[in-house]
Design a protein around this ligand. Structure first.
Ligand SMILES: C[S@@+](CC[C@H](N)C(=O)[O-])C[C@H]1O[C@@H](n2cnc3c(N)ncnc32)[C@H](O)[C@@H]1O
Length: 321
């Protein structure tokens, strides 16, 4: 029998307007409550640090999600089905792709991520390992919507969005993203498999975002180096402390960079003084009760929602048809 011929993966990059992007980043930093979008975490070093975070004992989401997928593999294969197009949202280094291939035997793999270079590095290696699977990458910022119809086959598609990355969006933005995923699920047999973190003891949540080895702190501070490259600023990451806190009102972990000393940074020609103790908000990670997230999926137009969990109910994997 002949070995299948491997086609080189294609990548389409949806260019962002650099002027708009820069303006939004500058506005966030100059605002009275300074912030940086978490999408700036994922330069090459940020991607590597995130991979290290996933291996930390405190960071349970990756481990528990993997255990849920393993434990419920037969039921998942049953509800999700096999031999469809598989669209991996926030695929990053595509480290989870082999698991999807094993579970759902997709005929086509579409990796979607803002980090074009990471996709460009990951996809050829994956294509060499799985020559029978057609592969395509889409470099896009999906916080602006998921306008990717021309990249899809229009056949039954399984969208996967693991790792509780949906929690980085405020609920109204998470809802908008779910609606735009739903809009692509036009053919019967399509659906979304999504991992979502649950509410739990705040001390465990905080530890997951502020580990003893300081890997998450390094990840948080690294965003300033990325910002320096984009804006030509001279932030000193060591002049900021990593802070993780749980906000009960919004059911979210917040990450901040807190100025260790009073300091001034020139940002796009303006001098921004950060007082000692002043914070730059870098990430939210919303946590959802099962009924809350189930209701959001239903409002977004999905039906037949199934939930898969671990015994401790530390994490939830939903399949929404
Ligand atoms: C937390 S990592 C998750 C990676 C992997 N899917 C996992 O579950 O371990 C988030 C991924 O989403 C990507 N990402 C973050 N914001 C994005 C955005 N606005 N649009 C597209 N991709 C984004 C990052 O580049 C990164 O690869």
């Amino acid at each position: 029998m002949r070995a299948p011929v491997m086609a080189a993966p294609t990548i389409r990059a949806y260019a962002l307007d650099p002027v708009d992007e820069r303006r939004a980043l500058v506005e966030g930093l100059l605002a009275p409550h300074a912030s940086i979008s978490p999408k700036y975490f994922y330069d090459a070093r940020g991607g590597d640090l995130f991979a290290s975070i996933c291996r930390l004992p405190e960071y349970y989401p990756t481990r528990v999600e993997a255990a849920i997928l393993e434990r419920h593999r037969l039921a998942l294969r049953d509800v999700v089905g096999t031999r469809k197009e598989l669209v991996d949202l926030g695929a990053g280094d595509c480290a989870k792709a082999p698991r999807w291939f094993d579970l759902f035997a997709p005929t086509r793999y579409v990796a979607v991520d803002i980090a074009r270079d990471t996709l460009a590095r990951a996809l050829p290696a994956l294509a060499a390992r799985y020559p029978a699977v057609d592969m395509h990458g889409i470099a896009v910022d999906f916080s602006r919507g998921l306008d990717i119809a021309r990249d899809l086959r229009g056949s039954a598609a399984t969208f996967v969005y693991p790792g509780s990355s949906i929690g980085n969006f405020a609920p109204q933005d998470a809802f908008a993203l779910l609606r735009s995923i739903r809009a692509h699920c036009v053919v019967a047999g399509s659906g979304l498999l999504i991992g979502v973190d649950t509410k739990k003891d705040p001390a465990r949540l905080v530890a997951a975002y502020d580990d003893a080895d300081g890997v998450t702190a390094a990840f948080d501070r690294n965003v300033l180096l990325h910002v320096n490259r984009i804006l030509g600023t001279r932030f000193d990451p060591e002049a900021f402390a990593h802070v993780a806190r749980y906000d009960e009102t919004h059911s979210r972990i917040e990450m901040h960079l807190e100025a260790r000393v009073r300091q001034a940074v020139v940002i796009d020609g303006a001098t921004r003084t950060f007082e000692h103790g002043e914070r730059i908000h870098t990430e939210n990670s919303y946590k959802y009760a099962l009924e809350e997230f189930g209701a959001m999926l239903a409002h977004a137009g999905f039906g037949g929602v199934r939930v898969f969990q671990d015994d401790e109910r530390d994490f939830a994997v939903y399949y929404a048809a």
